[in-house]
Design a protein around this ligand. Structure first.
Ligand code: SAM
Ligand code: SF4
Length: 330
């Protein structure tokens, strides 16, 4: 192994989130505009190129890779890709974030391919509202997907919910109950100002993690845990259960000093921070016939110097970052 990845602030980077596509079968109101223009297919990294990037990162000491998107399960060849990545030397965990719409059929094959854990997004348990928030999604499909993921016995399954005032904040306790009944973890995510959306004003629907926690503790006693994934989620355990409730609070709690991760967009841009544009073009290296694996390793290593100290998300309705979350690899 070459030297591990460390940035200017002494943070060790050992976790990479790779967006395998910017496409998605949903159009969630906080993530995408209704009409989206996607990147031309030739600009998207091929499966070979993704394997090359992942190999470089594992050579550089990365221990965990998350496949995300867009919706990773709409990418052709995703099972083959997962199988190849799971075999990379040094990789300890291959995990995925999905909207769950295709898990009914794919949960078991993904588990067989070597995906250890899945995060599944679920913002509502009401079919009509689920459709409204995802614009195209079917709650039934996702519930079947969650059941299939449970049957496939992933090491852990976590639900992700973005809560918006007046849209789904009345379902917070129902989502906690659903997680408890199904033995799942659940994270609540504050909406982030990524991409320009017109469907709602982000400042008007903002609900802080602190408010959610208060709402939950009034019914379900929460015990603080020291569980830390090296990331933004702070976890509480529900008394009398194994389930953990996490809060991802980019607005109300800055977690940047603990940041151990970088992202690779579907077009092969290495993004050093979710809330900043500091990046470096890996595709240019991958597609240059004169450059090999050593150059790729060197470019990634040098890019660590670009990692900013922190993000500065604001509460205005103008996006802080114009790229949409589906590009970013959330
Ligand atoms: N399609 C998959 C899914 O929905 O789980 C993976 C990609 S999606 C971009 C990853 C996560 O980002 C989802 O849990 C989604 O709810 C969250 N997300 C998308 N846009 C967001 C935003 N503007 N603020 C906060 N979370 C967002
Ligand atoms: Fe698709 Fe996930 Fe974005 Fe929803 S949050 S539109 S499922 S990429």
């Amino acid at each position: 192994m070459t030297a591990p990845l460390v940035d200017r602030f002494g943070r060790r980077v050992d976790y990479v989130r790779i967006s395998v596509t910017d496409r998605c079968d949903f159009r969630c109101v906080y993530c995408m505009a209704e009409e989206m223009t996607f990147v031309p297919r030739r600009e998207i990294l091929s499966l070979e190129e993704i394997v090359a990037v992942a190999s470089a990162f594992t050579r550089l000491g990365v221990k965990k890779i998350r496949l995300t998107g867009g919706e990773p399960l709409v990418r052709n060849g995703i099972l083959t890709l997962a199988e190849r990545l799971a075999r990379l030397e040094g990789l300890e965990e291959l995990v995925m974030t999905t909207n769950g719409s295709r898990l009914d059929k794919l949960a078991e094959p993904l588990k067989q391919a070597g995906v250890r854990r899945v995060n599944i997004s679920l913002d509502s348990l009401k079919p009509g509202r689920f459709k409204e928030l995802t614009r195209t999604g079917s709650l039934d499909d996702v519930l079947r997907g969650i059941a299939a993921a449970k049957a496939a016995k992933f090491a852990r399954i976590k639900l992700n919910a973005v809560i918006m005032r007046g849209r789904n904040d009345d379902e917070v306790l129902d989502l906690v109950r659903f997680a408890l009944d199904n033995g799942l973890d659940l994270s609540f995510i504050e909406e982030m100002p990524l991409g320009h959306i017109e469907e709602h004003k982000r400042s008007e629907v903002f609900v802080s993690s602190a408010e959610l926690r208060e709402m939950i503790t009034a019914v379900f006693p929460l015990m603080a845990t020291t569980d830390n994934t090296g990331g933004p989620s702070r976890y509480w355990r529900v008394a009398g259960s194994e389930c953990r409730i996490g809060f991802i609070s980019p607005h109300s709690h800055n977690f940047c000093h603990l940041c151990n991760r970088v992202r690779v967009t579907a077009e092969g841009r290495l993004l050093l921070c979710l809330g900043n544009e500091h990046s470096c073009d890996l595709k240019a290296v991958l597609r240059d016939p004169l450059q090999g694996a050593q150059v790729l390793d060197a470019v990634i290593t040098q890019a660590m110097d670009l990692k900013p100290e922190r993000h500065h998300f604001s509460h205005t309705d103008e996006p802080d970052i114009v790229r949409f979350m589906n590009m970013t690899g959330g």
